[in-house]
Ligand binder design. Structure first.
Ligand SMILES: [Zn+2]
Length: 134
């Protein structure tokens, strides 16, 4: 996460964070999502936030105090597939366009602009729609 955004989160939600480095490994685009999660669960103290990988793609794994690593906050897990991990806009899961990388575990939530911008680089991402796989 960009250091300025991380510092603002630490300032605004210090009472919910067990550690000041909680969101160090969280992508910048999920800053707004963390704010939503913290507002959604203002009675919890969070111990860890990171990018998780599941069978159908990347997600934001946030752990309230006492939760095991197999039990991330369910609201964060579901909402993170709808928020661009690069910029925070509305997103959908995008998949690597190269056939050899087309493992759903490599899918990440991207908005159209970030997906198109990524097309200038390699590997590029495509939507999960079957017609865009060809
Ligand atoms: Zn984006």
């Amino acid at each position: 996460m960009h250091p300025v955004l991380g510092e603002r989160l630490r300032t605004d939600f210090s009472h919910l964070l067990a550690s000041p480095t909680l969101m160090f490994f969280t992508p910048t685009g999920w800053e707004a999502l963390l704010r939503r999660i913290f507002r959604h669960s203002p009675h919890l103290v969070f111990t860890r936030a990171e990018q998780g990988i599941r069978r159908d793609g990347a997600f934001l794994a946030v752990y309230p105090q006492g939760a095991s690593l197999q039990d991330p906050h369910p609201f964060a897990r579901e909402e993170s597939t709808l928020v661009c991990k690069w910029c925070g806009e509305d997103a959908r899961l995008a998949f690597p366009s190269q056939r050899r990388l087309r493992n759903t575990r490599l899918a990440i939530p991207l908005c159209r602009e970030c997906r198109d911008q990524g097309a200038a680089n390699s590997p590029t991402f495509v939507w999960g729609d079957r017609e865009e796989y060809h």
